[in-house]
Ligand binder design. Structure first.
Ligand code: ZN
Length: 282
């Protein structure tokens, strides 16, 4: 099942993508796609609905981020050996965790807004994991029982703020629009082998990231287990699992986003995103 949210900012409704690729309106059955929905009985009930009985949504309607009210947006750093290398860093002996402000979350086709003074904004295509029930000190073997599904994420990063301004990475990861998410929350049965998905990103039509989750250092079940040792994971929380090589920081010379650039990115079975880059102005 591919769940999504559609409509203008602040007026989104829940929906799903049917087998023919049409968006269907779920608002007659559920209020929202959020942690409450994902952890409750309605999630299973929606699976049993006949999609063709749901109202069809007009083509061209905005698709929003697929999960509302995300409580925590947790990211894993340097989780692909080849990306650690291009960043000039070692693969960490344990996962590097950092937080991204949830106010950075935006829709998969919304414009990405460079901060007024930003010179070093960069892209990172990532596999996102959406938590479906509270996970607290869970074992690696049980970890997938706590996962509601997967989604595509662009973990945008301002490298000067992240690396040159002292302290934690959160400063360079949290600008508004730096977390395009979606288009869909895809349930695990439709994702297949999440350890073997192509992960790619194109900048202005040129493929710059071209990896596979096969080369992830710490895999999804381990990450859910690991993070749950330090904090409880709540329904609707999202874990972004790191990016493969090909980010602007790793290029020689480094290359960063400019106004007018277009990013297109995707992961097998999770759909695609497209963002145009603008600069914030008051
Ligand atoms: Zn990242």
């Amino acid at each position: 099942m591919k769940l999504l949210r559609f409509g203008q900012v602040g007026q989104e409704k829940p929906g799903l993508l049917d087998e023919e690729g049409n968006i269907r309106d779920l608002s007659g059955h559920i209020d929202e796609i959020d942690g409450n929905f994902l952890s409750g009985d309605q999630f299973a009930k929606v699976r049993n609905l006949d999609a063709s009985s749901l109202p069809k949504v007009e083509d061209g309607t905005r698709i929003a981020e697929p999960v509302a009210g995300v409580g925590k947006f947790i990211c894993v750093g340097l989780n692909y050996a080849d990306h650690a290398q291009e960043s000039g860093m070692d693969v960490p002996p344990e996962p590097v965790l950092f937080m991204k402000a949830t106010s950075a979350i935006s829709g998969p086709y919304d414009q990405v807004e460079l901060p007024p003074e930003s010179k070093k904004s960069d892209w990172e295509v990532e596999l996102g994991v959406v938590i479906g029930k509270e996970a607290k000190y869970v074992s690696e073997a049980d970890a997938m029982d706590y996962v509601a599904g997967f989604c595509l994420i662009n973990d945008l990063s301002e490298r000067e703020y992240q690396l040159e301004k002292a302290g934690q990475w959160v400063k360079g990861k949290s600008c508004d629009t730096f977390g395009p998410t979606g288009p869909y929350l895809v349930t695990p049965d439709e994702v297949g082998d999440f350890n073997n998905l192509n992960v790619w990103l194109e900048l202005n039509g040129e493929r710059v990231q071209d990896g596979s989750t096969e080369t992830m250092v710490y895999k999804v079940p381990f990450l859910v287990h690991y993070i749950s040792q330090f904090m409880s994971l709540q329904p609707g929380d999202i874990i972004s699992t790191g990016t493969p090589p090909g980010v602007g920081l790793g290029m020689k010379p480094p290359k960063f986003l400019q106004e007018g650039d277009v990013m297109r990115l995707g992961i097998d079975n999770l759909g695609e995103q497209r963002q145009e880059v603008i600069r914030y102005s008051k």
